[in-house]
Design a binder for this molecule. Structure first.
Ligand code: PGA
Length: 261
């Protein structure tokens, strides 16, 4: 079986200016260093807003930090008359390694339907940035279709029609659990992750499915992270609110210490 490195992702959303971003990354790096965090067993990535990316990149570079950098969105276009968009070319130049695509807040407030998510995934592949494709059901869809149907459908739609697939990550985030304090049970998260992996295997082969990291997201905290990661199906977490607190996020990244074996 392929060994997948755990992935701990902090989505800062529209929070923090670039100075606050620098302060948070410094605190986070110190906290992880203090705890002798082993980045080879759990990769830690921050996803600042666009105005903070350059500052965070400079800090990571200057201090030789092992944290990795992500962006919260990418344009489907490379360049041109697309006011307000940010190109994968420019992100790559800033050492951005990952990009969130299809977060439920973008699907909801920016009309990012599956075809947009697919096109942005193509842009990420083109520029050598690893897409973190976010999928998940609303409370109504949970009622009508159960937990797995929508995330599986959204995953397959994002991955369809590419000449070849680069590395990608799937983040299963039930919409009703984001920022609400409500969480999926670890059993449901594991079961949905398993169904997403099975669907990827069927559509794109078992090697791709086994190499793909599948995360859970939605109200993850240091106190509940271990439950999600106990299942071998769940390879990490995408954290919103709790990633804005250095100690809390560091506690999440050190999840192995919470797992009772
Ligand atoms: P939350 O957000 O941890 O604040 O629920 C998760 C996300 O939106 O990625």
């Amino acid at each position: 079986m392929t060994k997948r490195t755990a992935f701990i992702a902090g989505n800062w959303k529209m929070n923090l200016d670039h100075q606050q971003a620098i302060a948070l990354v410094q605190k986070l790096a110190w906290s992880l260093k203090d705890a002798s965090h082993d980045y080879s067993t759990a990769e830690v990535t921050v996803f600042p807003g666009f105005t903070s990316i350059r500052s965070v990149q400079t800090l990571i570079d200057a201090d030789g930090l092992e944290l990795t950098l992500g962006a919260q969105d990418i344009s489907r276009h490379d360049s041109g008359a697309y006011t307000g968009e940010v190109s994968g070319l420019a992100l790559k130049k800033l050492d951005v390694k990952y990009v969130l695509i299809g977060h439920s807040e973008r699907r909801q407030y920016h009309a990012e339907e599956d075809s947009v998510v697919q096109a942005k995934t193509a842009a990420a592949f083109k520029h050598g940035i690893i897409p973190v494709i976010c999928v998940g059901e609303t409370a109504e869809q949970l009622e009508s279709e159960g937990a797995a149907a929508v995330p599986v459908r959204q995953t397959l739609a994002a991955l369809a029609g590419h000449a070849s697939l680069g590395e990608f990550v799937i983040a299963y985030e039930p919409v009703w659990a984001i920022g609400t304090g409500a969480v999926a049970t670890p059993e449901v998260a594991a079961s949905v992750a398993g169904k997403i992996r099975a669907a990827i295997a069927e559509a794109h082969g078992d090697d791709v499915a086994q190499a793909t990291r599948i995360l859970y997201g939605g109200s993850v905290k240091a106190a509940n992270v271990a439950g999600f990661l106990q299942s071998s199906e769940v390879d990490g977490v995408l954290v919103g609110g709790a990633s804005l607190d250095a100690e809390e996020f560091s506690g999440i990244a050190r999840f192995q210490k919470h797992i009772v074996l």
